[in-house]
Design a protein around this ligand. Structure first.
Ligand code: FE2
Length: 313
């Protein structure tokens, strides 16, 4: 994400979007400002807090031995199991003392350029609402459990914390090239669904999309269906992804330093210039440049995937 070709952008205030940059037409609720931040965090009911506690307990049944050590350490450092939805003010104080990050409440999905701007300032926008019992197992939009339980523990890791900030800065460059999809694929296969090979042998998950749900936390590291391929940034940024089912392919890093080196020190200008307007590898593909850790059977997907009753094997 090196910015050698252009002067560093000032992120102290929300930069003006160039006129030719396409952004999704999200309608801003009247009560939030240009930063899309809620004036304060939702006041949760006792049922909301009970839902948080039950989601937390469910994850703790499956995460030990499967979640990255840095994630488990982060949960502990932030004491996220105090009971009920964490209060962002106190959470931010603890997090800020560790890595300078804070957690800020947003009403819903926010525009990419605003999201990137917050990340560039070490602020993590977190959904304000929590799912209901009816949507306990699967939600389309990220809620406070996904955002805080899934993402925030990793922000206690100093290298990963720096990676997230650089990702935010890189977002503005990707927008200028109209290659948000490519950068989005990098986020998807690292921040949301990334795996790490600890000590060169112990496969663990660090992605928030994996760690905030019970099925994929197990499937991602143990199932025989998915491919597991060592991360190559150029390859990942040309790879398609689906948001509505378990992943057919995961990308594996050796360490967070490895992730930082491969991305932050990479000059994305050249990469963006060489990307075709719409070309992507299928998300099931294994190609000849891949360093394959584990080639999957794709059995789950071939049997129909989500909705078919196929077992996530
Ligand atoms: Fe997420």
């Amino acid at each position: 994400m090196a910015t050698t070709a252009q002067p560093a952008q000032d992120f102290s205030v929300l930069p003006e979007l160039p006129a030719d940059v396409f952004t999704a037409p999200l309608k801003k609720p009247a009560h939030v400002g240009h930063d899309w931040l809620e004036p304060k965090q939702t006041a949760y009911t006792s049922e909301d807090d009970a839902i948080w506690n039950d989601l937390f307990a469910r994850q703790m049944d499956v995460l030990p031995g499967r979640a990255a050590s840095a994630f488990m350490a982060g949960l502990e450092k932030l004491d996220l199991n105090r009971g009920g939805v964490p209060e962002f003010g106190r959470l931010s104080e603890d997090l800020s003392a560790l890595t300078g990050w804070s957690v800020v409440p947003v009403p819903m999905l926010i525009p990419d350029h605003v999201f990137f701007w917050h990340l560039a300032n070490r602020r993590f926008p977190a959904g304000n609402f929590i799912r209901t019992r009816e949507t306990f197992d699967y939600i389309q939009e990220p809620d406070v459990f996904h955002d805080v339980f899934g993402h925030v523990p990793m922000l206690t890791d100093p290298v990963f914390a720096d990676y997230m900030q650089e990702y935010g800065k890189a977002g503005w460059k990707a927008m200028r090239y109209n290659h948000l999809k490519a950068l989005g694929a990098l986020y998807w296969y690292t921040v949301e669904f990334g795996l790490i090979l600890e000590q060169g042998k112990d496969l663990r998950a660090y992605g928030a999309g994996v760690l905030s749900g019970p099925t994929e936390a197990v499937y991602s590291v143990e199932a025989r269906s998915p491919n597991r391929i060592m991360l190559n940034v150029d390859r990942v940024m040309r790879t398609d992804y689906v948001i509505s089912d378990l992943q057919p392919t995961y990308f594996v890093i050796e360490s967070f330093e490895d992730l930082f080196r491969q991305t932050v020190e990479r000059d994305f200008d050249r990469l963006y210039r060489s990307l075709g307007p719409s070309f992507t590898y299928a998300n099931t593909a294994v190609i000849d440049v891949d360093n394959v850790y584990d080639r999957g059977t794709q059995e789950y997907l071939l049997r129909g995937g989500r909705g078919s009753g196929a077992k996530p094997v």
